[in-house]
Design a protein around this ligand. Structure first.
Ligand SMILES: [Zn+2]
Length: 250
């Protein structure tokens, strides 16, 4: 299995050493630890010195400080195990950062993805009306693909993104009791499907109430298999191959 999106820099993991040490025993072939500001991006890049650990770097919409020139983040994209730019995007739900400022930093970073020829990890929350037109505009220019991380919108929107050639990644919320995402899960073709935990957040059933960990990606894979009418091994194989292709993991 690969956890295609987690945050090993969270203080809960105390540096991430235990998670990394136990990866093989936990059935994890690789994991991608995702940065969201200059500090966590640099830390993710450092963690990627470990076997099987890969990093992304970027400025999350909730972490924007106006005037930031991204100088602490973008140069990290030259490191070999920094495999993507992200997570970046728009979030109109949780944060007070003005929408125009969010859009400015989002598009600055999409521009950087072109310059550095890296795939992009997208965070999108309560902003579908702005996100889709922006991404439609950029889809043809992006040199190395894009993933909608922790996808939780409709099947219709999933189909729009699939038409643009984007990957769709599902996380723990698909396992929640009142999840109504079966049709979105089925709207994604095999070759664009990814699984993630977004650890330490969004702990899947049956571990609600605990902190999440990358090995819990198995419960997401299990649910994807159930909704797609196939078995765990098939979805494990597909999501592993896709994560390797998307992130350029050997
Ligand atoms: Zn995340």
């Amino acid at each position: 299995m690969i956890d295609s999106h987690c945050h090993l820099t969270d203080p809960y993991y105390g540096g991430g050493e235990d998670i990394i040490k136990n990866m093989a025993a936990d059935g994890l072939e690789a994991l991608v630890t995702v940065g969201y500001d200059a500090r966590t991006s640099a830390e993710c890049a450092r963690l990627a010195a470990n076997d099987g650990v890969y990093a992304t770097v970027g400025l999350h919409p909730g972490e924007i400080k106006e005037g930031d020139d991204l100088g602490g983040i973008l140069p990290l994209l030259r490191l070999p195990k920094v495999v993507a730019l992200g997570e970046i995007g728009l979030d109109y739900h949780w944060y007070d950062v003005p929408r125009e400022v969010q859009k400015k930093y989002f598009e600055m970073q999409l521009e950087a993805a072109c310059e550095y020829r890296k795939p992009v990890v997208i965070h999108s929350r309560d902003c579908d009306g702005d996100m889709l037109p922006i991404l439609k505009n950029w889809a043809k220019r992006l040199p190395a693909g894009l993933v909608m991380h922790c996808f939780s919108s409709s099947a219709e929107l999933a189909k729009e993104y699939v038409r643009l050639g984007f990957y769709i990644s599902f996380a723990g919320p698909v396992t929640f009791k009142n999840a109504k995402r079966g049709d979105a899960i089925r709207a994604v073709p095999d070759e664009l499907l990814l699984a993630e935990t977004d650890s330490p957040y969004l702990t899947p059933v049956p571990h609600r109430g605990e902190k999440n960990r990358p090995s819990n990606v198995r419960y997401v894979i299990e649910k994807l298999a159930l909704e797609r009418g196939t078995d765990f091994a098939a979805v494990e194989r597909i999501t592993t191959e896709n994560a390797k292709r998307f992130y350029g993991i050997k």
